[in-house]
Design a protein around this ligand. Structure first.
Ligand SMILES: C[S@@+](CC[C@H](N)C(=O)[O-])C[C@H]1O[C@@H](n2cnc3c(N)ncnc32)[C@H](O)[C@@H]1O
Length: 192
């Protein structure tokens, strides 16, 4: 399977969980363009997954200096294979308060997170927001989009795959069977 197969499949999966995803990402990029004067803003994508946001940012701001951070080896493998080598891809765990030490730089023009912070418990999340803000230069931008449906809330409809679509679990099962991503998936499942 090609890296495009995995990144496009991930994108279809995410779009099911986040119906307004394309518009939300577009709005984030508009905010970056508005708040970050200059053609080469420094941007950190926290929990950047397969690199969807970084790829969109580069389409609009080709000189942007991008850092993608994630914990999951599968996500990181897809991101590192699909994004240009100029994008810094960093493995770090946001649950660990020492995570900023893994970054190549500070003073970001923008720190962004898409659907990545709902994994964290509320107490840790409050600390993390302060840590994220500390990485932004004065006057820069910290913006998150996270509208993951709460499956435990009464009345939340289940996210059901349509015809020809794969479920979340089935996508990960396919990843586990891939000769390149499979070994990374074993690590990922163990670390969940
Ligand atoms: C639902 S995905 C969203 C990925 C990407 N932002 C997107 O919109 O496609 C959540 C991401 O957060 C990452 N993540 C979850 N917990 C994390 C942690 N403790 N530290 C770093 N990344 C984490 C996952 O590995 C995953 O890539």
């Amino acid at each position: 399977m090609t890296v495009e197969h995995w990144s496009e499949g991930w994108e279809r999966l995410m779009a099911r969980y986040q119906p307004g995803r394309a518009r939300a990402i577009e709005r984030l990029i508009e905010l970056v363009e508005t708040r970050c004067a200059g053609p080469a803003p420094r941007i950190l994508d926290v929990g950047g997954g397969t690199g969807t946001l970084c790829a969109r940012l580069l389409e609009r701001l080709p000189r942007a200096e991008l850092t993608l951070l994630d914990l999951d080896p599968v996500m990181l493998t897809i991101a590192a294979s699909s994004l240009p080598s100029s994008v810094e891809v960093v493995r770090a765990d946001l649950r660990d308060p020492g995570w900023p030490e893994r970054l190549p730089r500070t003073g970001y023009d923008a720190v962004l997170a898409v659907m990545a912070l709902h994994y964290l418990p509320p107490g840790r999340l409050a600390e993390l927001y302060a840590e994220l803000a500390g990485l932004v230069r004065p006057g820069g931008l910290l913006a998150t989009v996270d509208d993951m449906p709460d499956a435990s809330a009464p009345g939340t409809p289940p996210v059901v795959p349509g015809d020809g679509e794969v479920s979340w679990a089935a996508w990960w099962e396919q990843v586990a069977e891939d000769p390149i991503l499979g070994p990374a998936a074993v690590v990922a499942f163990k670390s969940r």
